[in-house]
Write a protein that binds this ligand. Sequence first.
Ligand SMILES: [Zn+2]
Length: 551
Amino acid sequence: MFTTDSHRTVVLMFSILSSMTVLADPYPVNEFIDITHYRFELTLSDETDEISGTATVQAKFLRDGIRQLRLDLVNRTVERNGRGMVVHSAAHNNVALTFDHSADILLIDLPSPSGLNDVRDVTIQYSGIPVTGLLIKDNKHGERTFFSDNWPDKARNWLPTVDHISDKATSEFLVTAPSHYQIVSNGLLQEESNIGHGLRMTHWRQSVPIAPWLYVLAAADFAVQYVDEFDHKSIQTWVYHQDRDAGFYDFAVPTRQALEFFSNYVGPFAYEKLANIQANSVGGGMEAASAILYGDESVTGQRTPRWRSVIVHELAHQWFGNSVTEASWDDVWLSEGFATYFTQLYFEYADGHDAFVERMSAARDRIFEFHAENPRYRIVHDNLDDMSKVTTAQTYNKGAWILHMIRNEIGDESWWAGIRNYYRKYMNSHATTDDFRDEMETACRCDLGQFFDQWLYQGGNVVLDGEWHYDELTNTVEISMSQLQKDGFSFSVDVDVGVYSSDDPVPSVHRLELTGKSGRLSIPLADKPKKVVVDPRTVLLAQWSLMEKAK
Ligand SMILES: [Zn+2]
């Protein structure tokens, strides 16, 4: 269906004409230009918040006849109090190019129309005070710091990029700053040189392609520990020098164990190192590839459960979100739902099944709290055009619960086989919800169409009302159950019922299939059960009541 939004109409028409993957959110993706590498040379200062930069953007043209390169870069304006970026020049092979920089879009005229599969470099010189995206301010100790915060589309405030999740590129940062700063970024350290005048140039290079929100820059007076290694890759802790002892203690675990778990169960770690970094640009954590940012308050010296959980969540993102990246913002649950569930799976592995059940139950409660306020909320967005709404608590918790229900539906063996195949196929690339469904259906040799439709593409919530009684004439437990939700959404669900016979501490589990509004189940049992419960294994996302029927 076409909308009245002309911008989106153009995108849709373009996608249809190209007969390539239709990307759903309204960013004007040009599927014929693939950015392959960014080189950012940046100068930071103690005297001013203005940064100056030289960005070299390498683009591959997948069609001939392309005349312009379009990048996102936020303009300097009066409304922004003089903040934003000014472009001084654009060039190709040292030959100046004409460009237009307005409405936060930088259009650069190529020296000649592209040929098919041409790879060209364009170099842009620019400067300005970032509105956001790179936060320049004092940390909690009153020391000046620079920290990036690109999520979800703020890289354009300081880096000229195709600032959309669908374009992955390798990158390097060459940062010149006063020499008291230590600089950390994605990938591997190439060079750290004092260059005179109290300045140092630090060069980081990442040879694995990632999306723009995952580019990271951190500059502070850090304490740095090379704490461990995993698979010959360095694990590092970067904390404020005042927080050295507590921070080194906090971040020494559980990174290695979590990397091992995700590598063994999902597939190889994609990046070249893993740095945990204390930062004041985020409140919780930000999963920047190979260099994760954690809030100012992340260092407690206590290894608190909360921050342990955040660390594992951001590590899980290195696989899901960073390496396998959702093709458009509509599928953002492939990042946040997965990171949330794989955090729970890590805790099942590390702390045992009871800890896992406790966490899943708590997540289920939060889903119903959110649902009470937002009954129509669906997990896969429908052409999301407001980036402030890209995620909600539901993306995390319900996304995780949906994965949990798939695992229960198809069994552990098929689940892990499907996950491994999905990761292997889309590692360092992009996937859609349909791609994920295909892999799981291949693994289970089953049809998950209805499951995906009802849990991901519609809102609503299952509300069950049931009763049971013991029939002493037939020696059966009789259970009846109905779906009560009045919001118009219907679900097909299998409900586990646990029956505790008088002498057994664990219930026998029986399945009641609820494809219509109501269903029944008869269970032969010699004596009246002690109690009958719904969902004894914690695998159903629903609210319910089950009462013993009064005689
Ligand atoms: Zn996350």
